[in-house]
Structures are given as structure tokens and as C-alpha cells.
Design a protein around this ligand. Structure first.
Ligand code: BES
Ligand code: MN
Ligand code: ZN
Length: 496
């Protein structure tokens, strides 16, 4: 999608669809008032008759408004001006772009006056670009008659009132476009089925990204290399699968040569049947989404490259399947991790932590400034937080604070769970250094405790995205989360 930011007047802008926000039940001010004036009061009269709902996000389309350069007029209700917040605004923008995607309009225009909360045009620009890019997403790669949108939105014009506003908005639009594209990449990878999106597929995708950009170097370790290193925990999971595991390392060098990198580690489990501790059949298809942490790492790195972010970022994705097999992990098996610590595999379905722990040990070599892992790690996380928030845990209050701030700024919600020492004993094993499960109480926290035993050498945080990475039901599909949270954090780390 092409974005254009310029100083200008909505009433004279030529476009297929003018997006016109309406506050406080039919109040027209700023550019809306100008449009009304140009229409000689027709807009006001239309509004009086319109069945536009009062809740933020309600929309109604009109055609051929006199005096306007637009073919269509999309009224977008934003509720009471006093009650408008970033979340409502984002949701309303998403609705508006959804309606436009369903129309024949391939261009649209929106004026930002009246929409900038906290007087931050950059944040607004970012939200607009993300909402538009997100709404334009379609996944029909696996349909035989790919009926991808016949009239996709191709061009969005954003009108500002001053030069300073134009500059600030443009920065936000560029960031939002990068973030939206990164989200769409993550969604594509998530939505692809397990028989296509295998560990090798993910690795090839990462390699292709590396070939395209000078500042991005991609390496992939195969099972022989992993064995040589001693990644016994990761390899124990992949033993039950005919697809070979892959260990993806993406180094984005946007910062100063010697500057310590930030490391993202994403769970890339391309299908999780549970292994010998097999999962029930219902909704097992959704376990193709068990690589969404890894996909969010590719998406975030993609956004870093697109923004040319001045920061060194390393993305690591341990990738495997988890299937039952004659050679699969069995309950009670004891494996030795790359760290040397031994693990009793009491449940083969707690495999995410087994592939992550070796990756978390591996990244010590980068002497990271901070490590964040992202994983669809526990069903318990959905019980705790539902589908609204990702869970954050970690060993460094400053880092968890930064991530929580980024979640607020981006609207990609996250909530902290405690990693108190008292939970650690749930992982006691009679036969190994630790068990891979901690029982039913606080299942997300004990998973975090498990990972914490492999992250003692650097500031670390863990994001459990089990409830946020995809939607179930009629609108089943990957969400692209937590790419907005991660990129928002990285942008701040880069001092932008
Ligand atoms: N990938 C799952 C977690 C998951 C389940 C995410 C459902 C989203 C929806 C993970 O590998 C898993 O199976 N975890 C187990 C851990 C348990 C055996 C301690 C779980 O949550 O049941
Ligand atoms: Mn599992
Ligand atoms: Zn899993």
C-alpha cells in the first residue's frame, strides 16, 4: 500500500473515499466543517438523516457529496470526544479500513485533525498505517481459486494541518507501514498449515530475507550442528518427527559495530501434537500456530530492516515439530540440555520450553544487552489472561517495565505475572536437575521458572503469547501479535 502525507484540505482532495470522523453525535469541526461548508450544508443534513451509530467505530457510507472531490464519504463515529482513547481510536480505524476493503474504493483519504491524542502525530500516523495494512491482509494462498480482494486499498492520503505535523506524521506512517508488513509476514507464516510451514520452510524464509538485505545476515544450523553443540533438549523433541529441526539465527546490524545486541528468541514449533503425551483431537489443527513466537521474530526483524533501525538485533528461532513416534520422547525420559542441566520429561507436550532452553543458552555467546523470548508456551496463559493480553515475566524489572511500556504505547496488551522463587520448587525432580512440568497451579509461571534457569547471564524477559497470537472460531487466523509490542520496544531502544 502506498501512503501519502501532505498538508491539505479534505474538501478539495480527490479520492475514492473520504474518511470523515464524527464526534459527539453529529458534531462537525475542523476539516469536517470544511467539507460541510463546501457541500453547502448537505453533509450536516445527511448526518441528521443518517443511521450512524453513536458508538466509536460505527460507520456509514454515502456517495456523491456535493462540493467534494471524493466519490464516497465514509462517516466514522468516534463517540464522545472526551471519552476517546487510543484503543477506541485504533479499533474505529480498523473498522473503517475493513469497510473500505469491502468496498470498491482503491484509494482513501483521512485528515488527522481532531484525532491526535496527547498531541502525538507520530503515534497517530503509526496507528493509521498499522490499521490500514492490517485490514488489507488476506490469506488465500491455499485456495485453488485465490479470490484475493478485487478492490484492495492501494493508496491512502493522510492530510495534516501544518508542516511540523506533516513531518511527525510521516515518521509514524513509515514506522506503521513497517510494523504492519511485519505483522502480515507473521500472519502468513502462522496461517500456513504444518505440512507447508515446516522448520525447513521457516529457515528458507529467513534465508530469503537475509539475501535481500545487506545489514541482515542469516545462518541456519542443521541437526548435525546442533548435536555437535550439545542441544540435547531441542533434539529430543525433534527426534519424534520426520521433519529435521532447524535453528535459525538472524543478525541485523543496524547499530554501531561494537554495540551489544538485543536478542529475540521465538518458539518455532511448526506443529504440536503433544508427542507421546498426545493432545485431544478437538482443535488440534490450531497447533500449527505453535510457531507464532518464531514468526513474530521474523516479523520484528523484517520491520527493523524496513525502518533501517539504528540498533543491533539478533533473532533466534529454534524450530521443530512435536509428534508421537517410535523414537519420540517418552514420559520419564531424561535429556541433557546445552547448559549441561538435565531435564526429566514428565510430559512430552511441554516441549516448547525444551527447544527454548537450548536457544536461551546458545544466545549467551552474543553477550546480549537484553533477551526476550516469545512463545505460545502454555494453555494456562489463556486461562489466566484470556485472549486480550500476553503474559510478561522476567529476571530484570527494568526490562519487564520497558516491555510493559511498549505494550501500552502500541496497544498490543501485555500483563506481568510474578516469577517468585517460591514457584521454583514445583519443578523438582527425583531423578534429574529439574522436571519439565510444574503441575496445574500457576502453569504459565512454572513454565517461566523453567526458562529462568537458562537465562541467568543476561537481562531476560519471557512473553507467553498463547492467548494472543491467533483467533479461533469463525474468524480463525493469526493476529500478527506481538510484532507491534516488540517493534515498539525496539524503536524505543534505538532511541527513536
Ligand atoms: N503449545 C502448547 C501451549 C498451547 C496450548 C498454546 C493451547 C495455545 C493453546 C504447549 O506446547 C503445551 O502443550 N503446553 C502444555 C504444558 C503442560 C503439559 C504443562 C499445556 O499448556 O497444556
Ligand atoms: Mn505442547
Ligand atoms: Zn507447544
Amino acid at each position: 500500500m502506498q501512503f501519502q502525507v501532505k498538508q491539505g484540505d479534505l474538501s478539495t482532495t480527490k479520492t475514492a473515499c473520504l474518511i470523515l470522523p464524527v464526534f459527539d453525535r453529529n458534531r462537525l469541526d475542523g476539516s469536517a466543517a470544511l467539507v460541510d461548508k463546501a457541500s453547502k450544508g448537505t453533509l450536516k443534513a445527511l448526518l441528521k438523516k443518517a443511521d450512524l451509530g453513536e458508538d466509536a467505530g460505527a460507520t456509514q457510507m454515502f456517495y456523491d457529496l456535493p462540493g467534494s472531490g471524493a466519490e464516497r464519504l465514509l462517516l466514522l463515529s468516534l463517540g464522545k470526544k472526551k471519552e476517546l482513547n487510543a484503543r477506541k481510536l485504533r479499533d474505529a480505524l480498523s473498522n473503517a479500513f475493513g469497510v473500505i476493503e469491502g468496498s470498491k474504493a482503491t484509494s482513501a483519504a483521512i485528515a488527522i485533525d481532531g484525532l491526535t491524542l496527547d498531541d502525538d502525530p507520530t503515534a497517530l500516523g503509526r496507528d493509521i498505517a498499522i490499521a490500514a495494512t492490517d485490514a488489507a491482509y488476506h490469506f488465500d494462498e491455499c485456495k485453488s481459486d485465490a479470490k484475493s480482494a478485487k478492490h484492495p486499498l492501494r493508496k491512502l492520503t493522510v492530510l495534516t494541518a501544518s508542516r511540523a505535523e506533516t513531518t511527525a506524521t510521516r515518521i509514524g506512517i513509515e514506522q506503521g507501514q513497517a510494523i504492519g508488513d511485519g505483522m502480515n509476514l507473521a500472519k502468513d507464516l502462522g496461517n500456513l498449515p504444518g505440512n507447508i510451514c515446516t522448520p525447513s520452510y521457516l529457515a528458507n524464509k529467513a534465508r530469503a530475507m537475509g539475501r535481500k538485505h545487506d545489514k541482515l545476515k542469516v545462518r541456519v544450523l542443521d541437526e548435525t550442528a546442533m548435536k555437535k553443540l550439545g542441544m540435547g533438549a531441542l533434539l529430543s523433541v525433534s527426534r519424534g518427527s520426520r521433519q529435521p529441526a532447524r535453528f535459525i539465527i538472524m543478525e541485523y546490524k543496524g547499530g554501531k559495530a561494537g554495540a551489544k545486541p538485543v536478542v529475540l528468541v521465538g518458539k518455532g514449533l511448526t506443529f504440536d501434537a503433544g508427542g507421546i503425551s498426545i493432545k485431544p483431537a478437538a482443535q488440534m489443527d490450531e497447533m500449527k500456530y505453535d510457531m507464532c513466537g518464531g514468526a513474530s521474530v521474523l516479523g520484528a526483524i523484517d520491520a527493523c530492516v524496513a525502518m533501517d533501525l539504528p540498533l543491533n538485533v539478533i533473532g533466534v528461532v529454534p524450530s521443530s515439530e512435536n509428534l508421537p513416534d517410535g523414537d519420540a520422547n517418552k514420559p520419564g525420559d531424561i535429556v541433557t540440555s546445552l547448559s549441561g542441566q538435565t531435564i526429566e520429561v514428565l510430559n512430552t507436550d511441554a516441549e516448547g520450553r525444551l527447544i527454548l532452553c537450548d536457544a536461551l543458552t546458545y544466545v549467551e555467546r552474543f553477550k546480549p544487552a537484553a533477551v526476550v523470548d516469545i512463545a505460545t508456551l502454555t494453555g494456562a496463559c489463556i486461562i489466566a489472561l484470556g485472549h486480550e493480553a500476553s503474559a510478561v515475566m522476567g529476571n530484570d524489572d527494568k526490562l519487564t517495565g520497558e516491555l510493559l511500556d511498549a505494550s501500552k504505547a502500541s496497544g498490543d496488551r501485555a500483563w506481568q505475572l510474578p516469577l517468585w522463587d517460591e514457584y521454583q520448587k514445583q519443578l523438582d525432580s527425583n531423578f534429574a536437575d529439574m522436571a519439565n512440568i510444574g503441575g496445574r497451579p500457576a502453569g504459565s509461571i512454572t513454565a517461566g521458572c523453567f526458562l529462568s534457569r537458562f537465562t541467568k547471564k543476561y537481562p531476560w524477559a519471557h512473553l507467553d503469547i498463547a492467548g494472543t497470537a491467533w483467533k479461533s472460531g469463525k474468524k480463525k487466523g493469526a493476529t500478527g501479535r506481538p510484532v507491534p509490542l516488540l517493534t515498539s520496544w525496539l524503536i524505543r531502544r534505538a532511541g527513536k
